[in-house]
Design a binder for this molecule. Structure first.
Ligand code: NAD
Length: 250
């Protein structure tokens, strides 16, 4: 039976890769995204709306429309996130810290609060949150992002414990460095902040992974499909790293 899947930040990058993966399974997919051009470019067959996950009213309207039309949701993926600034903590702007925490954590709160209500009523459901390997280790020069992504893992574990008795599973996916434009931007930002070449930052990221390589968006999407499959029925409260990253980071 086809599932009802909601994905935030789903008009590009990992969110879109996950949306495509669920579409291929024959599921109903609805995404929201803050980027109108990306929303306009989403493939046919999925529902896409412009909504900023940090805006309570806009998100409330988006989710209310889904609820009115679908009556609930089977899989909700809180995925929207931004990388935030790179640099030594004493050089960072408070506004950049706040924006990074807001998109990553406020957005997750608003999305999960809705998902918890509708899934408790259904007595079933899966919430996935996109954290990062930054939510498992202490990367230097990325304090806002690391703090936000550890926060996502904390939210995952608290929600899993709270919602488990109601038949709702909650897991985090922690991608490593994913090939694509987003990682290109992160590499460029870190290279500028550290005075290194982009090639050396890229090589350092790859070297710190057990597999010594970046991963693809499709590999991350495949982990979301697995967590939504019957084979993952007993998996909740977990933070699944999809990259084989070692703790050795410099
Ligand atoms: P991306 O920038 O390619 O895509 C993110 C999408 O989220 C974009 O379409 C963007 O418009 C949207 N978005 C940004 N702010 C938003 C907001 N306030 N409201 C709604 N939508 C918003 O990035 P991505 O790599 O696909 O990242 C997706 C998630 O994966 C993020 O949470 C990110 O932190 C996480 N992640 C990415 C990587 C990586 O290497 N790409 C690694 C680990 C974790």
């Amino acid at each position: 039976m086809s599932r009802r899947v909601v994905i935030t930040g789903g008009a590009s990058g990992l969110g879109l890769a996950m949306a495509r993966a669920f579409l291929r399974e024959g599921d109903h997919v609805a995404v929201c995204d803050a980027d109108p051009a990306a929303v306009a470019g989403t493939p046919a067959g999925m529902r896409a709306e412009v909504a900023d996950v940090t805006d309570e009213a806009t998100m409330g309207d988006f989710l209310a429309r889904i609820e009115a039309e679908w009556g609930g949701a089977d899989v909700v993926i809180s995925n929207a996130g931004i990388g935030g600034p790179a640099g030594p903590v004493e050089a960072l702007d408070f506004a950049d810290w706040q924006r990074c925490l807001s998109v990553n954590l406020d957005g997750a709160f608003l999305t999960c609060r809705w998902a918890a209500r509708v899934m408790k009523a259904q007595g079933a459901g899966l919430i996935l949150l996109t954290s990062s390997v930054s939510g498992l280790f202490g990367f230097p020069w990325r304090t806002p992002y690391v703090a936000a992504k550890w926060g996502i893992v904390g939210l995952t574990k608290a929600l899993a414990s709270e919602l488990g008795p109601h038949g709702v599973r909650v897991n985090a996916i922690c991608p490593g460095a994913v090939e694509g434009p987003r990682m290109d931007r992160v590499v460029a930002m870190e290279a500028a902040a550290r005075g290194e070449t982009e090639a050396s930052v890229r090589a350092r990221f790859a070297e710190s992974a057990a597999l010594r390589r970046f991963v693809s968006a499709e590999e991350v999407a495949a982990s979301a499909l697995f967590l939504a499959s019957p084979g993952a029925a007993a998996i909740s409260g977990q933070a699944l790293a999809v990259d084989g990253l070692n703790e050795r980071v410099t």
